[in-house]
Design a binder for this molecule. Structure first.
Ligand SMILES: Nc1ncnc2c1ncn2[C@@H]1O[C@H](COP(=O)(O)OP(=O)(O)OP(=O)(O)O)[C@@H](O)[C@H]1O
Ligand SMILES: O=C(O)c1ccc[n+]([C@@H]2O[C@H](COP(=O)([O-])O)[C@@H](O)[C@H]2O)c1
Length: 204
């Protein structure tokens, strides 16, 4: 199990981008490149999920999703992984706990689009996730304002870092989070599965 985890050294700053990636798209690439730069990360691992615990419909087979993700995301600092399948974890809190056990001294940051912050309080033991790792939230059209007003944002208000200090995020005591504004991408896996093109105007 541990042999298949990408090489890590204590002190490294690693962003974890969990997702269905069904399929991967340029929006994922965009937020990954932004996260690397804004949060001063050494690496980003895409955790291609066996299945989102909140979604009832299962995704395409994981091997196909990983192949497609590897074709799309070619960056020396990014690893496309099936770590959750290897660990046998589904819940993010369990994945993070297992990685922290396996990789002592590594500074993990949980990355997500702002749509996920809106419903983060429905994730299993979400407050434990926020205690375990800093959260790097990347703006996504239609959810930026809702994310700011979300229950999680209200509860964690005191621990929000100004964007100007975003590079400190990986080494901050937890809880800590940043909502990073960036030129937003309207791409989504849903649109691709439906064969539709994204809107271009910026919203929310
Ligand atoms: N265009 C985007 N802008 C910002 N974040 C994004 C974007 N697309 C995906 N993300 C984020 O990437 C992570 C993985 O997303 P996921 O694989 O579910 O893709 P998705 O496009 O949201 O898929 P679906 O449409 O099936 O829900 C999530 O944290 C999601 O918020
Ligand atoms: O642990 C949970 O309760 C939980 C609930 C919803 C989503 N997640 C994780 O959030 C990530 C994004 O999911 P998705 O399907 O929106 O790409 C992915 O890693 C999921 O496993 C995790």
């Amino acid at each position: 199990m541990i042999a298949k985890t990408p090489l890590v050294l204590p002190g490294m700053r690693i962003g974890l981008l969990g997702g269905s990636f069904d399929p991967a798209h340029e929006g994922h690439v965009h937020i990954t490149e932004n996260a690397l730069c804004r949060f001063g990360l050494d690496r980003v691992w895409w955790l291609v999920s066996p299945g989102n615990p909140l979604k009832t419909q299962g995704p395409a087979p994981i091997d196909a999703r990983i192949d497609k993700a590897r074709q799309l995301m070619r960056h020396p600092k990014v690893d496309i992984t099936d770590i959750e399948a290897q660990l046998g974890t589904r819940l993010t809190v369990d994945t993070i706990a297992a990685l922290q056990r396996q990789c002592p001294g590594v500074h993990f940051v949980w990355l997500m689009g702002s749509d996920n912050l809106v419903q983060f309080d429905r994730w299993d033991r979400w407050n434990e996730i926020a205690q375990r790792v800093p959260l790097g939230v990347l703006a996504r059209p239609g959810s930026r304002l809702a994310a700011r007003r979300s229950r999680t944002a209200r509860i964690l208000r005191r621990w929000r870092l100004p964007e100007a200090n975003a590079r400190l995020l990986p080494v901050m005591n937890t809880p800590a989070w940043v909502l990073a504004n960036l030129p937003m991408s309207h791409l989504s896996s849903t649109l691709i599965r439906l064969g539709r093109s994204p809107q271009t105007e910026e919203t929310g």
